[in-house]
Design a protein around this ligand. Structure first.
Ligand code: ADP
Ligand code: MG
Length: 481
């Protein structure tokens, strides 16, 4: 129960009790209070937002109930007098949308179709490994082919079951086996639980259920490298040998990855089985990106809402990036959102430049958030020193402040040698600029300079609970060590 201005209300605030004898410092027994129906018009704001209570008192907690037609903070943006830049289906610019046509991927789609058609004829297609940088259309092509297979996989052709798993989300052996197994379970009671079964039992259940259903199973393991880095190749070994144990079903695996190096971690037998066919998706050039953007912008934007150079600028920026269609589409979407926020009826070149800065900053901050804690402490130290107007720092100065921050956060510091490596890593990631400077008699040091925006980087660093402890710390408090 809570007390407010002579009134007690239950924890969920549904019941209001009125105390006749006025002030209390403690909450009286419930039985001694009369309870009355709350007036739905009364609301408590602040911490207990939206709760019903008696009005009056200090007024701080009392809020007016919303009335229809009242002015709101959204009105400016809901104003119909400004012509919108987006159509209703702006989601077509999102990465998860699968377009009905994929320009400049005809060759790749044909090649995959020529391998996968075996499934429709009742045979087991070869396992395939697909490589290519981010945004080269690997996921989009596979999802497109999955739809095409579903259209054909009917009475006339062999039933093909396509299962798509993103290994960034499901990255354990158990998770993968359970996800595949449950695709073939019809009765809810027979589903494999999220955890708890021995792996052997999951594997056997999966095999039995696949055999019960029969047909051909195509298992897509997108971002397969994440699975191998996290959980090793045992699950791939089991899956690639599964066909030997299946009687009534057959299975093929399509592995997709941005990083071809992961195959070096595979047992040679798994490597051979998994890579029966290999394909590489090349990056798009600026002209190809332009075609992709034209197709999507027609669906997402109102007519005449894009200034002439907008699309070509987005394509050019993304081509510089490494031919990444996702980056091109993100640039276009964010440019549109910035124009919308400014209540402009046209997306202009200026919005694209702003979108580029915004996306680059988001990417950089994401990078900061994924650094190991030691590197975060190091970067935080460099920031603190730079705030002290030491724009250029030496390795020694940086190591001192780093050790101090470790001391303040009860973190075990790493050696100065290791810190030199971490400095090189931060340099490679473009977060700092570290130049080696030689001085007399073979002495060498590094001159370290920040290359990030300080307030945003600090905010990203405070996401880490260790760095957060240093929120109120300033390097002037540094002990002499
Ligand atoms: P990857 O899996 O290679 O990282 P995606 O398939 O996720 O890349 O593609 C990223 C974005 O670009 C998605 O929105 C996708 O629809 C789009 N895209 C990629 N290639 C094409 C293409 N050829 N035509 C149309 N859109 C494409
Ligand atoms: Mg992908």
């Amino acid at each position: 129960m809570q007390f407010l201005n002579g009134t007690f209300f239950s924890r969920d605030c549904r019941k209001v009790y009125v105390d006749d004898c006025a002030s209390h410092n403690s909450i009286p027994e419930k039985s001694k209070l009369k309870w009355k129906k709350p007036n739905p018009e009364w609301k408590i704001g602040g911490k207990g937002e939206g709760r019903t209570a008696e009005p009056g008192g200090d007024g701080k907690f009392i809020e007016e109930a919303p009335r229809e037609g009242q002015a709101t903070v959204f009105d400016l943006y809901l104003d119909n007098s400004v012509r919108p830049v987006f159509r209703k289906d702006r989601h077509v610019l999102r990465p998860e949308y699968v377009p009905s046509k994929l320009p400049h991927r005809d060759n790749e789609i044909d090649q995959l179709a020529s391998i996968l058609v075996t499934a429709l004829k009742g045979g087991r297609p070869s396992n395939i490994l697909i490589f290519g940088k981010t945004g080269t259309g690997k996921t989009a092509c596979i999802k497109y082919l999955q739809k095409e297979i579903d259209k054909k996989s009917s009475a006339d052709y062999q039933k093909v079951h396509c299962t798509y798993i993103n290994c960034q989300i499901v990255d354990t052996e158990y998770g993968i086996l359970a996800s595949i197994g449950n695709m073939f379970v019809k009765d809810w009671n027979e589903r494999i639980p999220f955890t708890g079964w021995p792996t052997e039992k999951v594997y056997n259940h999966l095999r039995e259920k696949m055999d019960e259903v029969g047909g051909i199973a195509l298992i897509v393991l997108d971002e397969i490298d994440k699975l191998v880095f996290k959980s090793g190749d045992d699950v791939l070994y089991h899956l690639t040998t599964l066909n030997e144990d299946l009687k009534n079903a057959k299975m093929s695996i399509i592995g997709i990855s941005n990083d071809s190096k992961f195959t070096e971690l595979l047992d040679p037998r798994v490597q051979t089985r998994l890579g029966e066919e290999r394909m590489v998706f090349p990056p798009y050039n600026a002209q190809e990106l332009l075609d992709i953007l034209k197709q999507r912008s027609g669906l997402a934007f109102e007519e005449n809402s894009l200034d002439e150079p907008v699309i070509s600028l987005c394509a050019a920026f993304a081509a510089q990036e490494h031919g990444d269609a996702r980056r091109a589409l993100d640039l276009l979407r964010v440019s549109g959102e910035l124009a919308e926020r400014e209540r402009s009826s046209k997306v202009t070149e200026r919005h694209v430049w702003k979108a580029k800065d915004k996306i680059e900053l988001d990417v950089q901050m994401e990078l900061v958030k994924t650094l190991p804690t030691q590197s975060k402490l190091l970067l935080f130290g460099i920031i603190l020193k730079s705030e002290e107007s030491l724009t250029i720092q030496t390795t020694g100065e940086v190591y001192d402040i780093y050790r101090e921050l470790c001391y303040r956060t009860n973190t075990q510091p790493v050696s100065q040698r290791r810190i030199t490596d971490l400095i090189s890593e931060l340099d490679m990631l473009g977060l700092i600029n570290a130049r080696v400077r030689s001085f007399g008699r073979g002495g060498r040091t590094r001159e370290i300079q920040l290359s990030v925006n300080v307030p945003d980087t600090k905010k990203a660093l405070y996401d880490d609970e260790v760095v957060r402890e240093l929120m109120d710390y300033s390097s002037s408090q540094q002990r002499l060590i």
